[in-house]
Design a protein around this ligand. Structure first.
Ligand SMILES: NC(=O)c1ccc[n+]([C@@H]2O[C@H](COP(=O)([O-])OP(=O)(O)OC[C@H]3O[C@@H](n4cnc5c(N)ncnc54)[C@H](OP(=O)(O)O)[C@@H]3O)[C@@H](O)[C@H]2O)c1
Length: 296
């Protein structure tokens, strides 16, 4: 494994981390505790130390699975979670008011079975919600109290450089953004601004939702309980066709397309860590092989 400093936070994050959106039941069936624990144990053995989750991956479903998997190994991990949505029975309701976020923080701590969060991220809200100074005052008080180690902004739109500049002004150290060789928007302004302001970058969707994993060809479709089923079929086929071309032209014979695609992201000097949603031990081990492709 290799480690990079997460902006000015002082935290050292593994270049390959782990995303947990896949665990909560909107990418097929929810993950069983045994599988989540096995993934975390193996990830730790491989040197992975960054795990990303969120309040609204189910009603704290991913956080709770993660909390149990962290038993006895909490200190080995940088746990990144998010705020801004109150999970409900139907769908999460956005709420960015300081008092609500303080309650959301308490709920995340309980689900994660921990007394601190390493990276607490604004979860893809609008500019108006981000600009709420009272919210950031409350978050900084929690940081001073040791409940939060550093603050981040997960930007919804990879072209939203304004949120990067505001994040730096508001005292956040980390940006989370979509970046992969199919979706390169962040490379135009967001990633250069992160470098300029010394913000760490957590790279989400590094496999373009699995489209760069080499498993799917145009015509692939997913069952209703998989978020990918909500996309327009023409758009799916167009993206899969592009992915096939990139893989065909760039990935050397015998090499893993996923490892290649993750290394592609990590070769941009703005990126601190990629967080692929590896769902199986095989995918996890394959994703970690990206590190071998960074050498030389
Ligand atoms: N707003 C936000 O803050 C936000 C939004 C999105 C995601 N995220 C975070 O980012 C994480 C990752 O992003 P993502 O979920 O959008 O997508 P992603 O990581 O680009 O793709 C995930 C999919 O890639 C496939 N995969 C994983 N490892 C593989 C491997 N080694 N070889 C082949 N295929 C592999 C799996 O597909 P199959 O299921 O087909 O096996 C998996 O479901 C999430 O888990 C979440 O923590 C945050």
């Amino acid at each position: 494994m290799q480690y990079r400093q997460l902006g000015r936070s002082g935290l050292q994050a593994s270049v390959v981390g782990l995303g947990t959106w896949q665990w909560c039941g909107v990418w097929g069936e929810p993950m069983a505790q045994k599988q989540a624990t096995a993934l975390m144990d193996r990830a730790r053995e491989l040197g992975v130390n960054l795990v990303d989750t969120a309040e609204c991956y189910g009603d704290h479903v991913s956080e709770s699975l993660l909390g149990k998997a962290l038993a006895g190994q909490r200190q080995d991990w940088l746990v990144a979670t998010k705020f801004g949505h109150v999970p409900g029975s139907e769908s999460p309701e956005a709420d960015w008011q300081p008092e609500s976020v303080r309650r959301q923080l308490a709920a995340s701590l309980k689900a994660l079975d921990t007394d601190y969060i390493d990276i607490y991220q604004f979860h893809s809200g609008g500019d108006e919600q981000l600009d709420n100074e009272a919210l950031w005052e409350m978050l900084h008080r929690q940081r001073e109290a040791g409940v939060i180690r550093c603050l981040g902004v997960s930007i919804g739109n990879p072209g939203n450089v304004r949120q990067v500049l505001r994040a730096a002004e508001l005292g956040a150290d980390v940006i989370q953004v979509t970046w992969n060789c199919l979706q390169r928007k962040a490379g135009e302004a967001v990633l250069p601004a992160c470098r300029e302001h010394e913000l760490g970058v957590i790279n989400r969707t590094p496999l373009a939702s699995g489209f760069l994993g080499g498993r799917y060809a145009p015509g692939a479709r997913w069952p209703e309980n998989d978020v990918r089923s909500m996309r327009r079929p023409e758009k799916i086929d167009e993206e899969l066709d592009k992915a096939r071309t990139i893989i065909g032209e760039s990935v050397p014979e015998g090499q893993s397309p996923a490892a290649w695609a993750l290394a592609w992201c990590l070769k941009n000097p703005a990126i601190t860590s990629v967080i692929p949603g590896s769902r199986t031990l095989e995918q996890l081990e394959d994703s970690v092989r990206a590190v071998e492709l960074l050498e030389g």
